[in-house]
Write a protein that binds this ligand. Structure first.
Ligand code: UD1
Ligand code: CA
Length: 451
């Protein structure tokens, strides 16, 4: 027994009104197409066959080497799209699963159920159906008086009676491979769109007296097909609540799941509390026992255990255990708060490390800098790291005390245990233990020496 999977992604997605191919629109931070590819790859070792057409180059760039590509140069319908996959798959598998790339919520387990049912089906097709009062433009499942499936009717050609049918074609099918490959080339052209509908295969099978099995989908959200921006928003909401539920089950507290936005690749440790209006994006990892939010955005960052982020933006930064930031601060790329370091109000840190226990409480900018353990950065301190052409580094030693409103004109080094006076403009290195004060700063060696 072996399974081939065909993913259809050649359509433009006209109803999106976008220059981006429909299947590349992101959902929970990940291009839509990757959900289908991931589910397919979890099911079988044979790489899925991805049918691309409109925007094919862009799709290839996003999906990469994980699939076998097949080109459908002209989009002549879903049946025609599957026909393009025939040379790649015929004779290689006993069953073929066909899914559309615009259904990102479909679960691997559902695909597996479909495959299992088809293996037990003496007939050539098992399809996924959905009973719903909201037809969303789906094809209708037509049954005879004994309840046997007869055919699928697309909305474009349905009669008023057929339009009223509540059982819908979800658009996921498992075929007997031999039957599929001997029939997919025989699909007739359908008017008025002049397309070859994959759904015609159902009528073709029943006309031969063969049995078409159906499996109802358990969770309607799984088959939210995305054709419009409104569908995109619906799917985003459904995916968000699925992700949030998963983290709550794993021990994360959410004060308000409805305003908590967690992307697909994020991980969160237990006993972390997420406050409202918080965004965790990209490759972000949050440890255990943290307090995150409200009103925070964390992107591509690593947050250790027991950290706190309040009303702040954290991008490509690292916060070690017990460090905290905010309210109203910005950790930019390359910022690193070591264990227990503190950034308070209105701080900005870029490409700079605050050593263990270092503090920067109020209104400061640290760029291209290293701050030693336990140092205190006074209110209003600024590293003047840019001379108009180049960036320069500032090094501040362990236990240093930087007075309020100090300007550190880089490149410059302030030694261990050194101090700067309030309002000083430091243009030259300050030795360990020395005091610098004034504009430009003069240095006085040793803490206790009298003038
Ligand atoms: C399709 C089904 C409909 C089902 C619905 C569920 C057909 C004819 N209709 O309609 O019964 O209820 O899905 O969502 O299959 N594609 C190609 N090449 C083409 C045309 C489409 O690769 O020539 C791809 C699209 O990129 C898309 C998928 O096939 O990923 C489905 O196409 P779409 O136009 O969205 O079909 P629906 O009208 O939604
Ligand atoms: Ca669709």
């Amino acid at each position: 027994m072996s399974l081939g999977i065909v993913i259809l992604a050649a359509g433009q997605g006209t109803r999106m009104h976008s220059t981006l191919p429909k299947v590349l629109h992101p959902l929970a931070g990940q291009p839509m197409i990757l959900y289908a590819v991931e589910a397919a790859r979890a099911l079988t070792d044979l790489p899925p066959v991805l049918v691309v057409g409109y925007g094919g180059e862009k799709v290839r760039q996003v999906v990469g080497e994980a699939v076998t590509y097949v080109e459908q140069a002209q989009q002549r319908g879903t049946g025609h799209a599957v026909l393009q996959a025939q040379p790649a798959l015929e004779g290689r598998t006993t069953e073929v699963l066909v899914v559309y790339a615009d259904m990102p919520l479909l679960k691997e387990a559902t695909l597996r159920r479909l495959w299992e049912r088809q293996r037990a089906n003496p007939g050539p097709i098992t399809m996924l159906t959905l009973v719903s009062d909201n037809p969303r433009g789906f094809g209708r499942v037509v049954r005879d008086e004994r309840g046997t499936v007869v055919q699928i009717v697309e909305e474009a050609v349905a009669t008023p009676e057929q339009m009223a049918i509540r059982e819908l074609n979800a658009g996921v099918y498992c075929f007997d491979a031999e039957w599929l490959w001997s029939h997919v080339g025989l699909i007739p052209l359908s008017l008025p769109k002049r397309e070859y509908y994959l759904t015609c295969l159902i009528g073709m099978a029943t006309a031969e007296g063969q049995r078409v099995e159906t499996i109802p989908v358990e969770d309607a959200a799984e088959v939210l097909g995305i054709n419009t921006r409104a569908h995109l928003a619906e799917a985003e909401a459904a995916l968000r609540s699925r992700i949030n539920r998963r983290w709550m089950e794993a021990g994360v507290t959410m004060m308000d799941p409805a305003t908590t936005y967690i992307e697909a690749y994020v991980t969160i440790g237990p006993d972390t509390v997420i406050w409202p209006n918080t965004y965790l994006r990209g490759q972000t990892r949050v440890g255990a026992g943290c307090q995150i939010g409200p009103n925070s955005l964390i992107e591509d960052s690593t947050i250790g255990d027991g950290c706190r982020v309040v009303a702040s933006v954290v991008e490509e930064a690292v916060m070690e255990e017990g460090s905290d930031v905010g309210p109203f601060s910005h950790l930019r790329p390359g910022a690193r708060l070591e264990a227990g370091a503190h950034v308070g109000n209105f701080g900005e840190v870029k490409n700079a490390t605050l050593g263990p226990g270092a503090k920067m409480g109020h209104f400061s900018y640290l760029g291209d800098a290293g701050v030693g353990a336990g140092a205190n950065i006074g209110a209003g301190t600024i590293t003047c790291n840019f001379d108009g052409k180049q960036k320069h580094r500032t090094e501040i030693g362990e236990g240093a005390f930087i007075g309020s409103d100090t300007m550190l004109v880089a490149p410059v080094r302030v030694g261990k245990g050194a101090r700067t006076g309030a309002g000083s403009v430091v243009t030259r290195d300050v030795p360990d233990g020395a005091l610098a004060y004034g504009v430009p700063a003069r240095v006085r060696e040793g803490k206790d020496r009298k003038d």
